[in-house]
Design a binder for this molecule. Structure first.
Ligand code: RIB
Ligand code: CA
Length: 313
């Protein structure tokens, strides 16, 4: 099987960290060309630091890490320390990273990589706000036709929102960026809350990760314990939804997911519903489908994959 070339754009975040660990634990299937930090869960200084901490935890101190947008394209920064902690990776104390970021801006890295690699061979994996991808599209519109797929965690429809009743955090932080991306014509696979809310870090599932007994697994368990506390309180569930690893799991085992081609539009005007992903699931609008919106997932299969792969780190 040919290795799939990917760029990960991320705002770590404990769940972003789980996704990155899953990617690095799958070198036979995935070639990580670079990782881009974007402001999101916490400011860029922290997402950049956190991204490098995760790379070093995975034994990848040479991974190409780039810093991207300091803030959303049009709006003031909104962060989520209430979920992820002040650092964005609260839950376990790890040493400050030694590895440095690369000089190049993440937006330029995305553009140059898409232009230098053969068209249709690079997959963009976004785990945070779509600011970097939107800025790249604005600077180089030609890249839209060169992307193999954009697989993104973001949005919600039947499940509503998580930062407002209508909006999911990644879209809410930069709805104008999301609007640009969904209008770009690039092939999009959307992992919304409708999928991630089925993926609860239950005690039984976390116990299997802990039973791996490795340092990376222990760190992940501690991150999940911190990360899930907010959602357990909010949803009253056994564990919290694990969002970002769905993006990588889709690349490794797409059969875990099912959904349909839909039109998705982004609300950017209404104060009440800004950031809402308006998913035309029943195809009543007549608008052209622009994304594959996932709705079902094999939750046990997802956690079995995550656990098995994390055990390889
Ligand atoms: O709404 C969940 C998303 O927002 C996840 O990507 C999480 O890391 C936060 O960025
Ligand atoms: Ca994220």
């Amino acid at each position: 099987m040919q290795r799939r070339k990917i760029i990960i754009d991320t705002d770590p975040g404990q769940d972003d960290a789980a996704a990155i660990m899953l990617a690095f634990a799958s070198p036979d299937e995935l070639e990580v060309l670079g990782l881009c930090a974007v402001a999101g869960n916490v400011p860029l200084s922290y997402t950049s630091r956190n991204l490098r901490i995760v790379c070093e935890l995975c034994g990848k101190p040479d991974a190409p890490v780039y810093e991207g947008a300091l803030k959303p394209t049009h709006r003031p920064q909104v962060t989520a320390e209430h979920v992820h902690g002040r650092s964005g990776l609260d839950g376990v104390a790890l040493p400050e990273p030694v590895m440095m970021v690369r000089e190049k801006h993440a937006v330029d890295f995305i553009i140059e990589t898409l232009r230098n690699e053969p068209a249709g061979t690079v997959t963009l994996c976004t785990l945070g706000p779509l600011t970097n991808v939107a800025l790249a599209l604005q600077k180089a519109p030609d890249i839209a036709s060169r992307v193999r797929e954009l697989v993104m965690m973001g949005g919600g429809f039947f499940e509503g929102g998580n930062i407002t009743p209508a909006a999911e955090f990644n879209i809410y932080v930069d709805p104008e960026a999301a609007k640009i991306v969904f209008a770009s014509g690039m092939p999009i696979v959307m992992m919304p809350l409708d999928v991630t809310h089925q993926l609860l870090t239950t005690k039984a599932r976390v116990a299997k990760i802990a039973a791996l007994g490795t340092h990376p697994a222990k760190v992940l368990v501690d991150w999940l314990a911190f990360f899930e506390r907010f959602d357990i309180e909010k949803y009253g569930s056994d564990g919290g939804p694990l969002h970002d690893p769905t993006v990588i799991a889709y690349l490794l085992k797409p059969e875990l997911f099912s959904g349909r081609e839909c039109n998705v539009e982004i609300e950017t005007q209404s104060e009440l519903t800004v950031g809402m992903t308006v998913v035309d699931w029943w195809r009543v609008s007549g608008r052209k489908p622009n994304a594959t919106v996932m709705r079902e997932v094999d939750a046990d299969g997802f956690f079995a994959l995550l656990t098995e792969r994390v055990g390889r780190l």
